[in-house]
Structure formats: C-alpha cells, structure tokens
Design a binder for this molecule. Structure first.
Ligand SMILES: NC(=O)c1ccc[n+]([C@@H]2O[C@H](COP(=O)([O-])OP(=O)(O)OC[C@H]3O[C@@H](n4cnc5c(N)ncnc54)[C@H](OP(=O)(O)O)[C@@H]3O)[C@@H](O)[C@H]2O)c1
Length: 296
C-alpha cells in the first residue's frame, strides 16, 4: 500500500525490542511514521520515518513537539520508575493537545492493581487513565516473551525461581508485533478495537519446566528449570548482590506464573494475523544466558 493511504503514526520505544520491531513492520507497510524517544541517534533509519526528539515520556513540551503531525500514537510502556503512570499520562496528554486522535497502548498481560508481578500493576494504572482520558484508544497487553526464560538462565543454563508447576502462555516478540501492526493498520474512523483490551498470548500455557525443556531442544543447549522455595529464591539473589527492588520484582515474575496469572491463552494472534501463534520451540531467536535486565 502507498504512504498516501495511511495517516501518520508516532511510535515510542523504537530503541527497544518491541517498538523497534513495530516501527520496522509499519515501514514495510508504507506507513508514514514519527519515531519518538530520548535518543534520536539510536533510532533505526526507516523509509517514510522521521526521527523526533529527544523527548522523554515525562517531558511534556518535548513530547508535544515530537508528536506534532501524528494521527495515531503507539505508546510502548516505559520502565517501572515509580512515576510510570505520570510519564505515560504526560505522553497521552501531549498527544491529545497536538491532535492525535487514537492511542494504542502497549501494556502487559496480567495488568491489574493486585497483580502478583509488580511490573504489571502500574500498567493497569495507565489503562485506567486512558479509559478516562477521552481519547479513542486500544490497550494491547503483550504476553510474556518466549525468550525471557533463556535470558534468565545462568551460565550453566539453569533457570531457578519459585514458579513450581504454574503455567504461562509465552509469546514471541514477532507475534506481538504482528498484532499491534494489524491494529495500527486498521485506521477506519471507528472500529471494534476502540476501547478494547487485547491480550496477546502464545498458543499454549507451559510450565517453566516445559518451556525450558523446549528451549533446550530448540537450541541444543542444556537448559533446565529448578524450582525454588521463596526462602531459597530470596537468599540466592541476595548473595548474588541483587538490590531489594530487583529481588522483589523478579521473584514476583515467577510467583505470577506459579499462581496462574499469565496462563490464559487467547485467540488474539490468530484472529489478527491469520496464522496460529508461534510455539516457543519455533521462536526466531534466543538471547544469551544472564541477559534479562537486572535478573538472576
Ligand atoms: N512482554 C514481556 O515479557 C515484557 C518483558 C519486558 C518488558 N515488558 C514491558 O514492555 C515494555 C516494552 O518492552 P521492550 O522489550 O520493548 O523494552 P525495551 O527493549 O527495554 O525498550 C523500552 C523502550 O522504551 C523506551 N523508554 C523507556 N522509558 C522511557 C522514557 N521515560 N522516555 C522515553 N522512552 C522511554 C526506551 O528508550 P531508551 O532506549 O531511551 O531507554 C526503549 O526504547 C517494557 O518497558 C515493559 O514495560 C514486557
């Protein structure tokens, strides 16, 4: 499709894993884009895309300037800073003030004020803010990455945490990207995605033992999962020198799996892409051990 057929889409987080993939896919579809973020020099060069910024989420004037000319905003959630709601709200308000009329917010599966996974709580807060902001919007809750168990492994390829036999419907970055791209491309003036919360999951809910066993088979590396008690989980991470926030956050990641909070399998990937969701063993790439942010 030619660029004239699409309104301009602003994408944040393009220096990161999801935003970068989304921007690349939109460029392939000929969508004119504004790439918005803190470091324009680290943004990808894409056809039909302008690099805008520096604009941090919390910087209203810089955001207004960076978003000028966009019709749709794809807001990839930022880091858990303690002010994530305020930062996201600043981006949305800046967007509305310069005429953006649709926001696609990339949230997280399991978002809830009582989510076990601490990272999912203020994702819910942004969803609530959007619901009352008076802007056309869709919430796209990204499932947990298929790659994360591999990134959590230690040098011996052991993944350890208090997840027991709980399950998670891990999903690939590529499937998440395809769904978000499909929703962004659907730029009818009104559509059934308005106000919707779409949970983007993988095709099946796996225990961490099953997930790690499949990653081992796919990579030929001896990954294995060892469940830990809470006490073991705290003590081991403390000995490794992790901060309290890191310990609490990552233990909550495993506990959310143990409690089944990430286990729902939805039809969102097949519905939006026309293809089945990718099984974990067919993921396109695997990270090296110990590459999850701040994690052991
Ligand atoms: N689904 C999952 O399993 C999963 C896993 C991890 C995270 N997440 C969530 O999904 C979000 C996106 O994931 P990802 O894998 O793409 O993360 P990522 O690779 O760390 O990328 C995050 C992006 O957000 C940008 N950003 C963060 N805070 C910002 C701020 N205050 N102002 C401007 N830009 C900001 C970063 O810009 P800079 O380059 O300038 O830092 C980067 O481009 C994460 O932030 C997290 O909330 C989901």
């Amino acid at each position: 499709m030619s660029e004239e057929n699409h309104a301009t889409v602003a994408v944040t987080g393009v220096t990161g894993a999801l935003g970068g993939r989304i921007a690349a896919r939109l460029a392939e579809h000929g969508v004119p884009q504004l790439l918005v973020g803190r470091s324009p020099d680290r943004m990808p060069e894409l056809p039909g895309a302008q690099r805008r910024g520096p604009a941090a989420y919390g910087d209203a004037p810089a955001m207004r300037e960076a978003l000028e000319g966009a019709s749709t905003l794809i807001l990839v959630s930022g880091y858990r800073t303690g002010r994530r709601l305020e930062e996201h709200a600043t981006v949305v308000e800046a967007a509305m003030s310069v005429g953006v009329d649709r926001v696609l917010y990339v949230s997280l599966v399991g978002a809830s004020p009582v989510a076990t996974y601490l990272n999912a709580r203020d994702q819910w807060a942004t969803e609530q803010f959007l619901a009352g902001a008076g802007v056309r919007h869709t919430v796209l809750r990204a499932g947990w990455y298929s790659s994360t168990p591999a990134a959590l492994a230690d040098e011996e390829f052991v993944v350890s945490g208090p997840a027991s036999t709980g399950r998670a419907a891990f999903v690939t970055h590529e499937d998440i990207t395809e769904v978000i791209t499909a929703v962004a491309l659907d730029d009818r003036p009104r559509c059934e995605h308005d106000g919707a919360i779409l949970e983007i999951t993988g095709p099946e809910a796996l225990t961490l033992d099953e997930a790690v066993t499949r990653i081992a088979a796919a990579t030929g590396r001896p990954y294995r999962f060892e469940t830990e008690t809470l006490e073991e989980a705290f003590a081991r991470r403390w000995r490794l020198g992790m901060s309290g926030v890191q310990i609490e956050t990552w233990i909550s990641w495993y506990q959310a799996i143990e409690r089944g909070e990430i286990s729902t399998v939805t039809d969102v990937v097949p519905r939006f892409t026309g293809a089945p969701a990718t099984p974990i063993s067919d993921a396109a790439w695997w990270p090296e051990p110990r590459t999850a942010r701040g994690v052991r």
